[in-house]
Write a protein that binds this ligand. Structure first.
Ligand code: SF4
Length: 68
């Protein structure tokens, strides 16, 4: 079975399902050649507790900081 787009880790879900990452200062939006948008957590570069592409939507996160 082919996964739906929202089943892919880190991919930006529809706005109605957007979680904390969408408004976090540590997020970096990555757009693929096919036009899909993924959310990369920049804290993952320095802290192994944070996945590079957190499964969306993230509802609770110790690293969240508003400001994106
Ligand atoms: S710190 Fe948490 S809320 Fe912020 S981008 Fe990373 S996973 Fe998302």
């Amino acid at each position: 079975m082919t996964p739906s787009p929202t089943d892919r880790p880190g991919e930006l879900p529809p706005a109605s399902r957007a979680g904390l990452c969408a408004t976090c200062r540590h997020v970096q939006r990555i757009e693929s050649a096919k036009g899909s948008v993924f959310l990369l957590c920049t804290l993952s570069k320095t802290d192994p507790r944070f996945p590079k592409y957190p499964p969306q939507p993230v509802r609770a996160c110790s690293g969240f900081s508003a400001g994106s």
